[in-house]
Design a protein around this ligand. Sequence first.
Ligand code: CP
Length: 315
Amino acid sequence: MRHLIDPMDFTDKETLMVLDLADRIAANPSQYSHVAEGKKLATLFYEPSTRTRLSFESAMLSLGGTTLGFSGADQSSATKGETVADTARVVSCYADIIAMRHPKEGAPLRASMFSRVPVINAGDGGHNHPTQTLIDLMTIRQRKNRLDHLTIGFCGDLKFGRTVHSLVNSLVRYPDNQFYFISPEELRIPDYLIEDTLKPTATPYQEVTSLEDTLPKLDVLYMTRVQKERFFNEEDYIRLKGIYTLTADKLQLASNNMPVLHPLPRVDEISIDVDMDKRAAYFDQVQNGVYVRMALIMALLGLTDPQTGKEVALC
Ligand code: CP
């Protein structure tokens, strides 16, 4: 039995296999409408979500399966003191696969140790968000036709932004990628990512503060929201929240084929005048989220791909 807790849980080959399957589903979603009949997905969300929870549910329903779950810790027996380990044991009696979001780093990993069914990390604190990474990779590949030889700029809250941490970990596996990390000092990328990921892979990177100066150098821009819910101090959040705003005017500094990604939700870091620009890729990411999660459910449950007639198998 396999889980997806960290983007590194899948090899490069497995990651590409899931992305290829997501592309096939995107090209012909109706062909997949019965592949998970009789299967149940549990969504255990201890923290708010719009996209991740609803797209997991949409994915399972689109595969012909069903869903159950809760959308807040206050709706579960966590309020009575039940542990994540016990909850995982219990829910794995009810469902075939679990997607869990939790504010504590490591909670989905803990659940996977006690679950009898595959567990998917749907975001744990400021740590990882591996299914968002699959979406981001799918979208970059659609827009650039490759995942290598790219200069990627990450802008905003690089300290708490778990989607950034997961995507950096994944992109270093493809040759000749380099990064610009655009943030204020207080929100710079964590040291552990530099020491454990960037240095060992000899990945070139620069930490900078100016979005305008960096835009002309980029193949891909990944904007992020300042993560209000992770701040200890409201004053710091208010001081930092509006620090970067991408506008249609600023986007003129970038190349014509530089996609703008954002995991969403956005607050004010991308103005709505960017939405009409063909480089805006963030609503493509939302749509891709359903296809990626359909592919992931199929892979973790070993379901049969109607296009090949074979069970989807992770290596
Ligand atoms: N991108 C993302 O994780 O969005 P939600 O918080 O709405 O799930």
